[in-house]
Design a protein around this ligand. Structure first.
Ligand SMILES: NC(=O)c1ccc[n+]([C@@H]2O[C@H](COP(=O)([O-])OP(=O)(O)OC[C@H]3O[C@@H](n4cnc5c(N)ncnc54)[C@H](OP(=O)(O)O)[C@@H]3O)[C@@H](O)[C@H]2O)c1
Length: 272
């Protein structure tokens, strides 16, 4: 059955094309606009910018807020912004929307284009509680009224991902320097990450209560471990910037009195 709402998608990059395809699949009347000529996703209609902005819901998925903001006009009814940015950029757009009578939903896509429209995609959103068309893309999760929350969660989760990728690549280079292949090492790495992830909830609780007493592993011993990691990478002729950053950060926490505390106490250095 068709969906009576008209929805437009501004931006037919990798992600915007996947979003437009998912909307058409859900039966929405989909208008698409892109700055340069791009293949039109099946089931969608090409529109001028003016026509696209007149739709019931305007979904934006452009490279940055800087390229997005000049395109928007106060004739927009509902704006579902899926362009990545900082919390302050989202809040500024929310203020613009309020001043111009535009309903504003700020969302972030925790998926790659190939996962859009599947149960692997999760869309975190903040601002308006009405998720409008987001369920066409994945599972919508409302985070709160503050429009900046989605961007905040997005960058926090991506930061975790990038740190993990950095750690994995450093580990691959380290074992690779002795001829160990990724195929041999990676199963141990994924099992290890599963163990490590069980440590996050108690650590999170410690950062909340700020009680860092531990009978598991003191910061002291981890500072020594990070020194060994840095030295081992240097010995194997590898770049040491990543282990050094962690070593310095953990060591600062130790020097500031947390040597006998758990690793969670490092957050006291980060919060400054
Ligand atoms: N790809 C992912 O896996 C993924 C995942 C989550 C979130 N996102 C977010 O989704 C957004 C789009 O990502 P993407 O992967 O689709 O990027 P992309 O393939 O590089 O597409 C970028 C889009 O922005 C448009 N654009 C760039 N500069 C413009 C300008 N000055 N004026 C008008 N339009 C302009 C491009 O138009 P042209 O075609 O004319 O250049 C294109 O439609 C980003 O904010 C990204 O962080 C992406």
């Amino acid at each position: 059955m068709g969906n009576t709402k008209t929805v437009s998608v501004l931006g037919l990059g990798r992600m915007g094309s996947a979003l437009a395809t998912a909307l058409a699949h859900e039966g929405f009347a989909v208008r698409v606009w892109n700055r340069s000529a791009k293949p039109r996703p099946a089931g969608t209609v090409e529109a001028t910018l003016e026509e696209a902005l007149a739709a019931d819901v305007v979904v934006t998925c452009l490279s940055t807020y800087d390229v997005q903001q000049p395109l928007l006009t106060n004739g927009v009814k509902t704006l579902v912004n899926l362009t990545s940015g900082t919390p302050e950029q989202a809040r500024a757009t929310a203020r613009w929307a309020k001043e111009n009578g535009v309903e504003y939903v700020d969302g972030v896509i925790m998926a790659v284009p190939q996962q859009i429209g599947t149960d692997q995609a999760r869309i975190l959103f903040s601002g308006s509680e009405d998720h409008h068309v987001l369920q066409a893309f994945g599972e919508p999760v409302h985070l709160g009224e503050d429009a900046g929350l989605a961007a905040l969660y997005d960058l926090a989760l991506l930061g975790l991902m990038w740190s993990t990728f950095g750690g994995y690549l450093q580990a691959l280079a380290l074992v690779g320097s002795a001829g160990v292949t990724p195929e041999r090492f990676t199963p141990l790495a994924t099992d290890w990450l599963a163990v490590v992830s069980t440590l996050l909830p108690p650590m999170g609780e410690e950062t909340h209560t700020r009680n860092y007493e531990t009978d598991v592993s003191a910061l002291d011993i981890n500072v020594s471990g990070l020194r060994l990691l840095t030295e081992a990478n240097a010995e194997q002729g590898l770049d040491t910037s990543l282990p050094q950053v962690l070593h310095h950060l953990f060591e600062r926490a130790k020097l500031n009195g947390h040597g006998a505390h758990g690793i969670a106490s490092v957050i006291e250095e980060i919060r400054k």
